[in-house]
Design a protein around this ligand. Structure first.
Ligand code: 5GP
Ligand code: MN
Ligand code: MN
Length: 488
């Protein structure tokens, strides 16, 4: 049994066996802390004890994942871990702020027309791409190659009809290879295609501009800026418009990212077996590569290719969603607020030292004045943090505070699952899930809302937010109130 020792209202720690180093930091109020399951805590301990790991933070949305818990941060100055990035490389959130007042989408007919205009451009569902929709953008292999080896550069944005200025509203608009060059990614991708590790590349890049299935979604919101002077000022810098329509998207690197990640797990597992190296805590999901080795280089390159896919995917989705709004409500305009990942490893400075920060279902949270944002449009305020909750209880935009220093400049990535998919299907009732949506006047594109995605399958979002704020990690800038949801 692992015990969490409480130190503050919403901060606790798990000591390591034999006090073997810095304890695991746990964020959460009593209600959250008492409900982590033992397996999740054990995964946090396994991750913390794994080679080269110097810090692990478990966030209030934490729950069991593969190897490392979903909802954790893992820091290593010497090793890279593919597991804590996961199979959906650079799964991310993006928010588009429109200049449409909320009254314009009050009636259901307009909202239904918007849903149709959006799904005609951005397909949902496993394996589906731009070719399966009427008004999509065709992306050929050549343009696809460029997009995944350099991300949202000016020429890629131009070719796809993405406003080039959206690139500076991205946590990272481009990812380079292990040696800091795009060339590394080009030769790696050529190798991947030549050796048949990724087949049907044309179909894979044809998925740029699509949501995919499962937990991914597009959601129309009303932006409600928090009534606090500092929140209003920050909202202005972010480009948030109080009482106006916005659109929140959640998805990642689709089939390409998945293939790249699976290939890496296979390669590394095989190497561990060949070398008779034990998996950390006996868990093959915690395979790793020491930085500077060919294995680490190959992983960083594959992760970057997947990450570039996810970046261009999100920006294209936002361009298509804006186009859909303009079809239904002519004359309207929109602006990307931010695009930020919750499944990625980044090289950052933590406690004065260079380290790879793996965010597994966690979001970067850097406050204003921090050197990491110097020269960006968010240097003074801190960057926007986009946190989905659930359609019924809403989602939020936050901004980091100084307290995030103790969590390697990170917060959670949402509410986090309370019930596994099977458990949700067994215990929740379809009729009351659908009635919940009707009662909140939230439309969806689904005939029946997927029961394993129901709001009650997730943790209590207000309690999660209380945890983040009480721990001094971040504050709310705006709430997002759902008006319709697009899910597979
Ligand atoms: P992930 O699936 O990436 O682990 O988690 C994303 C987070 O999104 C979940 O923890 C949950 O809080 C949130 N979420 C899941 N489905 C929806 C949805 O349809 N709408 C909103 N606003 N949030 C959602
Ligand atoms: Mn994902
Ligand atoms: Mn995700």
């Amino acid at each position: 049994m692992n015990t969490i020792h409480k130190t503050d209202e919403a901060i606790g720690f798990i000591p390591l066996p034999n006090d073997a180093g810095k304890p695991i930091t746990v964020i959460g109020t009593d209600a959250i802390r008492d409900n982590f399951d033992e397996m999740c805590l054990q995964q946090a301990v396994n991750s913390r004890m794994a080679p080269g790991v110097t810090d692990v933070i478990l966030n209030p949305d934490g729950h069991v994942g593969y190897g490392a818990p979903i909802g954790c941060v893992m820091v290593s100055p010497t090793h890279i871990y593919p597991g804590p990035v996961g199979v959906d490389i650079k799964c991310s959130m993006s928010l588009l702020q429109l200049d449409i007042p909320e009254d314009a989408i009050l009636d259901k007919v307009t909202r239904r027309a918007l849903i149709n205009a959006i799904v005609e451009r951005t397909p949902t569902g496993a394996g589906r791409g731009q070719r399966s929709v009427k008004k999509g953008r065709r992306v050929n292999s050549e343009l696809g190659f460029l997009a995944v080896t350099e991300g949202a550069t000016e020429r890629v944005c131009d070719a796809l009809g993405i406003p080039a200025e959206w690139a500076d509203r991205c946590e990272d608009s481009t990812h380079r290879g292990h040696d800091g060059t795009y060339d590394a990614l080009r030769s790696r991708l050529e190798f991947i295609l030549d050796t048949g590790r990724v087949r049907n590349f044309g179909d894979k890049v044809g998925q740029l501009g699509s949501y995919g299935g499962g937990n991914h979604f597009g959601e129309c919101e009303i932006t409600r800026v928090v009534d606090r002077p500092s929140a209003r000022e920050t909202a202005d810098v972010f480009g948030l418009k109080d009482g106006h329509v916005s659109f929140l998207s959640h998805c990642g690197s689709r089939g390409l990212g998945n293939l790249l990640a699976q290939g890496q797990f296979r390669d590394l597992e095989k190497k561990f077996r060949d070398w008779a190296t034990p998996f950390p805590a006996g868990d093959k999901q915690l395979v790793y590569a020491p930085l500077g080795t060919p294995e680490a280089d190959a992983y960083i390159d594959d992760m970057s290719i997947g990450a570039n896919f996810a970046t261009v995917n999100h920006l294209l989705i936002n361009a298509l969603v804006l186009e859909a709004f303009q079809e239904i409500l002519p004359g309207c305009d929109g602006q990307l607020v931010y695009f930020i990942s919750h499944n990625i490893a980044r090289e950052e400075i933590v406690a004065g030292k260079k380290a790879w920060v793996h965010r597994k279902g966690a979001t970067r949270a850097v406050p204003g004045g921090h050197f990491a944002l110097a020269g960006t449009r968010f240097a003074e305020t801190g960057h926007p943090i986009l946190l989905p909750g659930n359609p019924r209880d809403g989602s939020v935009v936050m901004v980091a505070e100084g307290g995030a220093e103790r969590t390697a400049w990170s917060v959670n990535h949402g509410a986090g699952r309370r019930l596994g998919r099977k458990n949700a299907a067994r215990t929740l009732d379809q009729k009351s899930v659908d009635a919940d949506f009707d009662a909140s006047d939230i439309l969806t594109n689904c005939r029946k809302y997927p029961i394993d995605e129901a709001p009650d399958a997730y943790k209590d979002f207000p309690e999660v937010l209380r945890s983040v704020e009480a721990a001094g990690l971040a504050r709310q800038v705006a709430r997002l109130q759902a008006r319709f949801v697009i899910k597979d």
